[in-house]
Design a protein around this ligand. Structure first.
Ligand code: DAT
Ligand code: MG
Length: 136
C-alpha cells in the first residue's frame, strides 16, 4: 500500500551539497517526490517537529542546529515509503550506519546526520502537516 513520509535534508546536508545525491537515491529506490521546498525553520516550528525529544539533554542543540540555516523538506510517496526511506538513511548514529546508506556514506557525528525521515504513519501525518499544511 502506498504511503507518505516526511524527508528533510538538514542544514548540514544542504551545506555539504548532497541534496541532489539524496534525491537521486530516493528516485533510484522507486519512491516519488510529491512536495519539495527550501525552508528556514523558526524555533517554534523546530520545537514542534522535535516535540517528542523535548526532555532529552540534546534538545537545545538539536533545535539550534535545525534552525541554523535552510533545509530541504520533501514529501516522499510509495509502497512502504516510511521504512524504505529509513533504510536509505541508515542508523541515527552515522558511525553505526551501514556503508551504502546516506548517513553511513556522508556523515560522522550523530548531531549532524544529514537527513530526517518520519518513523511511523502517525509521525508522518503529524510532520507533513507541520511542513506542508496544504497537504495535511
Ligand atoms: P532519527 O533522526 O534517526 O529518527 P531520533 O528521532 O532518535 O533519530 O533523534 C532525532 C535527531 O536528534 C537525530 O537525527 C539526531 C539527534 N540526536 C539523537 N540522539 C542524539 C544524541 N544522543 N546526541 C545528540 N543528538 C542526538
Ligand atoms: Mg526520529
Amino acid at each position: 500500500m502506498s504511503e507518505r513520509t516526511l524527508v528533510l535534508v538538514k542544514p548540514d546536508g544542504v551545506r555539504r551539497g548532497v541534496v541532489g545525491e539524496v534525491i537521486s537515491r530516493i528516485e533510484r529506490k522507486g519512491l516519488k517526490l510529491v512536495a519539495l521546498e527550501l525552508q528556514h525553520l523558526s524555533r517554534e516550528t523546530a520545537e514542534a517537529h522535535y516535540a517528542e525529544h523535548v526532555e532529552r539533554p540534546f534538545f537545545g542543540e538539536l533545535v539550534e542546529f535545525i534552525t541554523s540555516a535552510p533545509l530541504v523538506a520533501m514529501v516522499v510517496e510509495g509502497p512502504n515509503a516510511i521504512k524504505a526511506f529509513r533504510q536509505l538513511a541508515g542508523a541515527t548514529n552515522p558511525v553505526e550506519a551501514a556503508t551504502g546508506s546516506i548517513r553511513g556514506d556522508f556523515a560522522l557525528e550523530i548531531g549532524e546526520n544529514i537527513v530526517h525521515g518520519s518513523d511511523s504513519p502517525d509521525s508522518a501525518a503529524r510532520e507533513i502537516k507541520i511542513f506542508f499544511p496544504e497537504l495535511g
